[in-house]
Design a protein around this ligand. Structure first.
Ligand SMILES: Cc1cc2nc3c(=O)[nH]c(=O)nc-3n(C[C@H](O)[C@H](O)[C@H](O)COP(=O)(O)OP(=O)(O)OC[C@H]3O[C@@H](n4cnc5c(N)ncnc54)[C@H](O)[C@@H]3O)c2cc1C
Ligand code: SF4
Ligand code: SF4
Ligand code: SF4
Length: 390
């Protein structure tokens, strides 16, 4: 087990592997889970250290380099609309389910806690659709994956790169089983569960209504717009940008994300999926704001999985240099005011920090107005240069 809190991504592999059940994953004040050892139960076997893969040399990843790159999306509009990007996950997962396999991924519980679950039906698979921008609880799924593999079931495990690495750590040699397929996300960093919980309470209080459903990136505003929409018990809804802005500010992401060993092209999984940002520069197809997925095919198993999905996809071969978004080049920067923000959040609460740091209120309005003026000036300059042929 890693001793430094900043070097722990919360994958839970150590807790799952401990033969004495001496490790409990406990939330800190931000709601992030960290392992805590019960010294009375610990027998010093060292297994928790051995399985921890959250460091650059943990996995023998020199062999896992991206083999092929594709941009693509689901052929069917109604299915595409329900996926966050181009439906890469759905295309890969449905085949596994249809061949009686098992798919693991992240769903919301009834009170909007993100958690990894096991699914064996298309109906249950629906719950895994859509990005939940908050760290999921792994719970018992690593053990369930191992049982499924040993029982000969085909398994697709999806998650953040560090969760896939955590699974490999837990499985040890079993991770090379032919019936295991892994899919990781291009990962920007993972927001704090407590902040998410506070935000939900804030929205409910502000609207005086109970939330029954939420979408982090509401595609009805366009794929790239990143608007979060909350549906209430009385049938009304409200759309915002607050959590998006918190996410991109990096003020609420886990400390380990600032030195993530997986934010590069040495991928951990068989296939990496993400948004194909910048696709409009690559091709004239699919440019309708309905979403385009990036597929990085990293292994032979990944190739096999992608082939099985091609029947439901429209896709084009692409190149690494065209899809290199920041999270494939390095970890998210750590803002200078992060310590101050977290201190203020813990001492003065969510409502205070979102006003003070300009996520709502007059500071937000001022920031938005300045950004609009900058954008307007840029557009004017572009038009003038265009007319002058510069
Ligand atoms: C925290 C986070 C950060 C991301 N950062 C980027 C980024 O910087 N660049 C980029 O291109 N893409 C990023 N993505 C991925 C992107 O948002 C889409 O999830 C991805 O493109 C898949 O979309 P889809 O249309 O294939 O499928 P969907 O059906 O929309 O995707 C669902 C998949 O996402 C998984 N998932 C959902 N929430 C979580 C979670 N909290 N933790 C782990 N797995 C989860 C599900 O298990 C399932 O595999 C991020 C996703 C998350 C959750
Ligand atoms: S195995 Fe995962 S949860 Fe345990 S210490 Fe390492 S990174 Fe943290
Ligand atoms: S050293 Fe062994 S027994 Fe002790 S916490 Fe780690 S895995 Fe558990
Ligand atoms: S950025 Fe890295 S450490 Fe953070 S959630 Fe993503 S994969 Fe894990």
């Amino acid at each position: 087990m890693r001793k430094d809190k900043d070097d722990c991504c919360g994958c839970s592999a150590c807790a799952a592997r401990c033969p004495k059940k001496a490790i409990e994953m406990r939330p800190d004040a931000m709601g992030f889970l960290y392992p805590v050892i019960d010294e009375k139960k610990c027998i010093d076997c060292g297994l928790c250290v051995k399985v921890c893969n959250f460091h650059p040399n943990a996995l023998d990843r020199h062999e896992i380099t991206v083999k092929e790159v594709f941009g693509g999306r689901l052929k069917y509009e109604e299915l595409l609309a329900k996926s966050q990007s181009g439906g890469a996950f759905w295309s890969l997962a449905t085949n596994v389910i249809k061949s009686h396999g098992v798919v693991y991924g992240v769903a919301f519980s009834s009170d909007f806690v993100a958690e990894h679950i096991r699914t064996t039906t298309l109906e249950a698979l629906e719950k895994l659709r859509g990005s939940k921008y908050v760290q999921s609880r792994i719970g018992d799924v690593y053990r369930e994956v191992k049982d499924d593999l040993e029982n000969g079931r085909e398994v697709l495990f999806s998650g953040t790169p560090c969760q896939v690495a955590g699974l490999y750590g837990y499985l040890g040699p079993v991770s090379s089983a032919n019936n295991l397929f892994t899919v990781d996300l291009v990962c920007h960093g993972i927001p704090a569960p407590q902040v998410w919980k506070d935000y939900l309470s804030y929205i409910e209080k502000h609207n005086n209504k109970k939330i029954v459903r939420c979408i982090f990136r509401d595609k009805s505003y366009g794929w790239g717009s990143h608007v979060e929409t909350f549906y209430f018990a009385d049938g009304t809804k409200s759309s915002n940008y607050v959590f998006r802005d918190l996410f991109y500010s990096h003020l609420v992401i886990r400390e380990s994300c600032h030195h993530c060993p997986y934010a590069n092209l040495s991928r951990v999984s068989d296939i990496t999926i993400g948004d194909y940002w910048g696709w409009q520069r690559v091709s004239s197809r699919f440019n309708d704001q309905k979403g385009v997925s990036l597929f990085l095919i990293n292994t032979d198993k990944g190739e096999k999985l992608f082939k099985s999905a091609q029947r439901v996809l429209e896709y084009e071969k692409s190149h690494l240099e065209d899809c290199l978004q920041p999270q494939l080049k390095g970890p998210a920067f750590r803002p200078d005011n992060k310590d101050k923000f977290q201190k203020d959040y813990l001492n003065r609460g969510f409502g205070y920090v979102i006003r003070r740091y300009g996520f709502v209120g007059w500071r937000y309005n001022l920031k938005t107005a300045i950004n609009a003026i900058i954008l307007f000036n840029k557009k004017i300059k572009w038009h003038i240069n265009h007319r002058l042929g510069l």
